[in-house]
Design a protein around this ligand. Structure first.
Ligand code: EPU
Length: 418
């Protein structure tokens, strides 16, 4: 059994590079299914979720080659099936992008209901609404989502919630559809823009990504090309908060500072010193920081995927903080783990009320990906030894997390027990 062992209380110093964005990569890779030619994709993070989605493409008949650690090529010219492998698809959330991509390319798709981190209901009704508006029939039969269409025709689609997944899936299904599709109340996250840029590089015509109205003018065919994934906004934020929690002076490199505004603003409000450069951000903490109120929201709001890490940091800040989760209905399951480390937190409805203080090392569990990142941050700040069980959740989204944190002075090891 694998575990991560952290000896806390060591300040962090040095430079750390951010990898390509997980949530962009897991959408751009399936988007390559739309392309009749070879897509070379660079800055791909070396994480479990990416391995799984590339395996799913191979299963569909795409030729996937790993050129180096962060570059892959995908040739989906000859697909052999429209049915995704059940065991792989049901293990990750982003497998839902195979629906939009296969429907767009082959006009038929069969993909298991998606798995992934569990924080309350994770419906896909808006994805289905979009596919139906484009002319597809969609049904769920014994856990498989089945979508078929004679042909796809552009349409106007209003999303009741600015869903990241539905916005991307509709872009994928509409890229090769006949005529124009307009998505209103579209999500605006940086990875939406990244997927649109990828599609356009390969010959699609997508306009307005990054605003709440996206227009897709269907094209007949897309061609191969080269594309580089944006840096991971959430990984960058995780390292910034790790430096703020443990103290020290860390330069987080390969970031797009614009994507980090909500996180930077909260760190500064807490009294952490943040300096922005063109493509890096320095975080310095020396001494006490104080609690703040934070509310998660859609981009450009404070990301829900930084919520657990922020609660870990706020547990070390003086005074009372309030974290309100407004995107997911149940994303506080990890709080019991922070309480094992001495955190004084109570949950009232959508909010966690945190009375900051000192944390002490304890055995804890990574209950999901970002909760696992929060345990690392808490462990780095705590006194003594923290043992994180189930680190495989963390590996889904962070590449070689322990060696990268060690390079800035953290004492963190992966241990194997039989
Ligand atoms: N929603 C619906 N109907 C739908 C889809 C979503 O009601 O058909 C609701 C959800 O219940 C939720 C809200 O809309 O309340 C937002 O969900 P969204 O669809 O935006 O989330 P997602 O696409 O399933 C992605 C990320 C998550 C991240 C959310 C929100 C990927 C693979 N996952 O999920 O990332 O929390 O957007 O930003 O891109 C993570 O990386 O740790 C992670 C969980």
């Amino acid at each position: 059994m694998e575990k991560l062992e952290i000896i806390g209380g060591k300040r962090l110093f040095g430079e750390i590079d951010v990898c390509g964005a997980k949530n962009a990569a897991v959408a751009v890779i399936p988007a390559a299914l739309l392309v009749d030619g070879v897509c070379r994709i660079e800055n791909v993070p070396n994480i479990k979720d990416v391995k799984l989605i590339t395996q799913m493409l191979s299963y569909l008949g795409a030729k996937v080659e790993h050129i180096d650690e962060t570059t892959i090529s995908i040739d989906a010219s000859r697909l052999t099936t429209h049915i995704a492998a059940y065991d792989m698809a049901s293990r990750m959330r982003a497998s839902y992008y195979l629906l939009g991509a296969l429907l767009g390319r082959l006009h038929k798709a069969e993909v298991a209901l998606p798995g992934g981190c569990n924080f309350g209901q994770r419906p896909i009704n808006l994805h289905e609404k979009g596919f139906r508006a484009l002319g597809a029939q969609v049904a769920t039969v014994r856990g498989q989502v089945i979508a078929t269409a004679e042909g796809l025709k552009g349409n106007n689609i209003y999303l009741d919630t600015a869903s990241v997944g539905a916005t991307i899936n509709i872009m994928l299904a509409a890229a090769l559809a006949e005529g124009r599709t307009v998505i209103e109340n579209a999500a605006r996250e940086p990875h939406i823009v990244d997927v649109a840029n990828f599609l356009n590089t390969m010959g699609a015509n997508v306009r307005g990504a990054g605003t709440d109205v996206i227009r897709i003018n269907g094209v007949e065919k897309m061609h191969g090309g080269t594309y580089s994934i944006i840096p991971d906004q959430i990984e960058a934020g995780t390292f910034m908060l790790a430096a703020a929690a443990a103290g020290g002076n860390v330069l987080v490199k390969n970031v797009i500072p614009k994507h980090m505004e909500s996180v930077v603003s909260k760190l500064e409000e807490m009294g952490v010193k943040v300096t922005e450069y063109d493509d890096s951000i320095r975080v310095e903490r020396d001494g006490d920081v104080h609690g703040v109120r934070v509310k998660t929201n859609y981009y450009p709001g404070f990301p829900t995927d930084m919520q657990p890490q922020m609660v870990a940091l706020l547990s070390t800040a003086s005074g009372t903080s309030i974290m309100t989760e407004d995107v997911w209905e149940n994303r506080f399951q990890y709080i019991g783990e922070l309480q094992r480390m001495g955190a004084d937190i109570r949950v009232e409805g959508k909010s966690a009320i945190i009375n900051g203080g000192r944390l002490c090392g304890a055995p804890v569990r990574a209950t999901d990906l970002r909760a696992g990142a929060a345990m690392i941050i808490a462990g780095l700040a705590a006194e003594g030894k923290t043992v994180i069980n189930d680190p495989h959740y963390i590996d889904r989204g962070y590449s070689c997390i322990e060696s990268r944190l060690r390079s800035i002075g953290a004492s963190i090891e992966r241990v194997y027990e039989v």
